[in-house]
Design a protein around this ligand. Structure first.
Ligand code: BGC
Length: 762
């Protein structure tokens, strides 16, 4: 099955989309798939390079600023542009720039190599003067050397003796993309970088910048080597960019190796020195050696992560594409996470949301627990900010995580759909518990998880209250952003219950297994014994709204009393509703932007019987617009859970190729990371029905009739499992490790390497 995603597009609109689709990244840096040679001047493009978490601080302007509204927010910055390599063809005064939009494009293909971890453009071009040549552009962002963005170009003459000038540049004059009419994109494109150094030395071209307010520094060091002996080099600098200009006659195949090393002051104190030494270390490797290292990394990744779909090439392409981009975007240093658009674009200003914990961590936890740990560590690293925010928000203790952030402080200026989404704190707690269940990694739990669980549990005691013997949580917003500021959002309550329950459980576990550590932790948190009892009684008494007539869980206390949105009277071009109606209009109706209660049923399924889950699914399906890309995958997973495999399949199609086919129309701003994780979940937790519970793994396998079968891998407590479902049955094979406890359709099995499991499909 193919490991390539290919395109032959040269039109400007598709190239704009491909800037996201073909981006290169490694969790630290991300480079959009812009063209080395650029585009015609009037073409729309978002030329971008990013360092995960590299931001400036910008003021939030308010008409009426009330207490504890955040004063400023972080904003991911577009950093210096080192992508530029222009190739000029012809005699001195008649040079013509090689471009997809001039001369004659005889052949053009662009490929993303998912197994090699690189992208490639293969161009056969003829200038208007008749010079003909082939150019192959390869690029990778290295997983081996995190700071390296590598471009490697092969030029092959078709005509004889072509005069060529190549200009390689590093440009410090960059801005972020802005769109005042779309709340999902920044509305401000002010230049926030000051160039502090621009130089050329024998080490290469160097551009250093500093942000205006956060005072973070970044540097890019770029070197270019051409394989031809007859090339003459020259350097030019102005205030904004450094250029290396190379002249030669192209009479045989030559290669150009451009290496740009990028680093920032949150990782390195002395940027110049660090980059020089990283460059020198990497100089020991040729491009093909670095390519091999890249491929080795990818081979290991795919060995643990690959999903195959038999009988549907388009879906196969999509699932690998999605997994690959998740890897490219995941912060791996414990200081960063995965932004809503990963490192592929600037949408949502590079902020981290609950998307990571609920949509992305399931995949990492079950396939690459090492990476999952890093993402969880990031949340631990901002726990102090969450504690401060809880106090600022009027709570006496506990941790309230920000709705959107980079460094840990709240970046949402619209509290009804921002800060009010208190559920993010329970989502983070949930992801620690799931990681623990998947790995049994008690030391990580002890070092990081316990504190997060206890502090978030405290938040629920602070924000909720007992009323008539029930524990209730008022004035919050659930995941559905078309309903705001409500009492007893089912999702929030059930997740808070899980949080409170597990905080007690883990606390007792640590207390028993390591009393010294427990004592130290208790004293660090000034935690009183009665608090644990309080957590348990709140969990036990948690009010979970249920409507007996409809046999569903209402989304909140008043949801069902509202009028249902006039779907018939809403023209198709009025979606997404958020771009066409004032929030208050939307809030007055029963209409959901995304899965809310249905998602809660997935995350904590044992809280409700089958019939309530099914009736709720039916109910919410009719009033959900899926205006958020976080929705269809949940309806796919839960469709499979409640017995609608065909429906599950239809929703799955909407998620799988959402970016490849630009279904939401805004892929240019960046890829939809949560949805990409959701695709994995729709297969593994949807069609295979995987749930992670205290007593082992649970499956409810089903096979959509459109497929011949599917296969995936998961890691469970140090054991690697291969799971497949084909017409001859559902199979689980232990590839490494001792034995595993499984439940299939609620029946218990134990499998070992010698005894794989095969069950005939229902
Ligand atoms: C969704 C949120 C999500 C955010 C970032 C919004 O449109 O409603 O649930 O966290 O996008 O992906």
């Amino acid at each position: 099955m193919s490991w390539k995603v290919q395109s032959n597009a040269t039109d400007i609109d598709t190239l704009l989309l491909e800037e996201s689709l073909f981006f290169n990244g490694n969790g630290y840096i991300g480079i959009r798939g812009n063209l080395e040679e650029g585009l015609p001047n009037d073409a729309k493009t978002i030329r971008g390079s990013y360092i995960n978490g590299f931001h400036d601080i910008v003021d939030i302007p308010y008409g009426e600023k009330l207490y504890a509204f955040p004063e400023n927010q972080q904003k991911l910055l577009n950093i210096m542009d080192a992508q530029g390599i222009e190739i000029w063809i012809g005699e001195d005064n008649q040079r013509e720039k090689l471009s997809l939009h001039s001369g004659e494009v005889l052949d053009y293909t662009r490929i993303l190599h998912l197994d090699k971890g690189m992208t490639e453009r293969i161009l056969h071009w003829k200038s208007t003067k008749g010079y003909e040549l082939k150019v192959n552009f390869k690029r990778l962002v290295s997983f081996h050397t995190r700071e390296l963005f590598h471009q490697f170009i092969t030029l092959t003459p078709v005509s004889m003796n072509i005069p060529i000038q190549i200009i390689s540049s590093v440009n410090g004059e960059v801005r972020n993309f802005a769109d005042k009419d779309d709340p999902r994109v920044s509305s401000d494109d002010e230049n926030r970088l000051t160039i502090t150094n621009l130089s050329w030395t024998h080490e290469g071209s160097l551009v250093e910048v500093q942000t205006k307010a956060s005072k973070l520094r970044a540097a890019a060091l770029s070197t270019v080597t051409v394989s031809s002996n007859s090339v003459s080099y020259r350097y030019e600098m102005n205030k904004l960019s450094v250029q290396t200009i190379m002249d030669m006659i192209l009479s045989e195949e030559i290669t150009l190796d451009k290496r740009t090393f990028i680093a920032d002051s949150t990782r390195y104190e002395n940027l110049q020195e660090s980059l020089f030494s990283i460059k020198n270390r990497t100089a020991l490797f040729s491009f093909s050696e670095l390519m091999n290292l890249q491929q080795d990394y990818l081979t290991t990744f795919w060995g643990k992560t690959d999903v195959t779909i038999d009988g549907d090439d388009k879906i196969q392409e999509a699932i690998r594409f999605n997994l690959y981009h998740l890897l490219q975007s995941a912060g791996q240093d414990g200081k960063t996470s995965i932004a809503a658009k990963g490192l592929s674009g600037e949408g949502y200003e590079g902020h981290y949301f609950w998307d990571t914990e609920i949509y992305l961590l399931p995949m990492f936890t079950m396939t690459n627990p090492d990476l999952a740990r890093k993402l969880l560590q990031y949340r631990y690293s901002i726990l102090d900010s969450a504690r401060e925010r809880a106090i600022e928000m009027g709570h006496k203790k506990g941790a309230l995580y920000p709705w959107r952030t980079i460094t840990g402080t709240e970046c949402s200026s619209y509290y009804p759909a921002g800060t009010a989404q208190y559920h993010i704190s329970a989502d983070i707690a949930y992801s620690y518990v799931q990681y623990y269940l998947a790995t049994n990694d008690k030391s990580f739990l002890k070092e990081f998880g316990t504190e997060v669980l206890l502090e978030t549990a405290r938040l629920w005691i602070e924000v909720g209250h007992f009323y008539n013997g029930e524990f209730r949580i008022d004035t919050v917003t659930g995941p559905d952003e078309y309903t705001a500021i409500v009492n007893n959002n089912y999702y929030t309550n059930v997740m808070a219950k899980y949080n409170l329950h597990w905080a007690c459980k883990i606390a007792r576990l640590v207390q028993n297994e390591d009393p010294m550590h427990w004592k130290a932790l208790k004293s660090k948190l000034s935690l009183e014994e009665f608090e644990l009892e309080e957590f348990q009684s709140a969990a036990d008494a948690m009010y979970l709204p249920t409507d007996r007539t409809l046999n569903i869980n209402p989304q909140d206390d008043t949801f069902l009393q509202k009028e249902i949105w006039d779907f018939e009277g809403t023209p198709a071009e009025h979606y997404p509703l958020l771009l066409h109606y004032h929030p208050l209009t939307i809030y007055r109706y029963q209409v959901c932007k995304q899965a809310d209660t249905v998602l809660a049923h997935f995350l904590v399924e044992d809280e409700q019987p089958e019939d309530i889950m099914k009736d709720s699914y039916n109910y919410y399906e009719t009033i959900t617009t899926h205006d958020s890309s976080l929705s269809s995958c949940v309806f796919s997973m839960m469709g499979a859970r409640v017995g609608y495999v065909d429906k599950a399949y239809d929703y799955f199609l909407e998620t799988a190729r959402l970016d490849l086919d630009n279904i939401q129309g805004n892929t240019k701003d960046g890829l939809h990371m949560a949805n990409m994780g959701g695709t994995w979940m729709a297969i593994v937790a949807g069609f295979a029905g995987l749930r992670l519970k205290e007593d082992g793994l649970y499956f409810r396998p089903q096979l959509p009739k459109q497929w011949k079968g599917y296969t995936f891998h998961i890691q469970y407590q140090d054991q690697l499992l291969q799971v497949s479902n084909h017409s001859d049955g559902f199979k689980v094979k232990l590839l490494s490790g001792g034995q595993v406890n499984l439940h299939i359709w609620d029946k218990r099995y134990i499998i070992s390497a010698e005894n794989p499991l095969v069950i005939t499909n229902r």
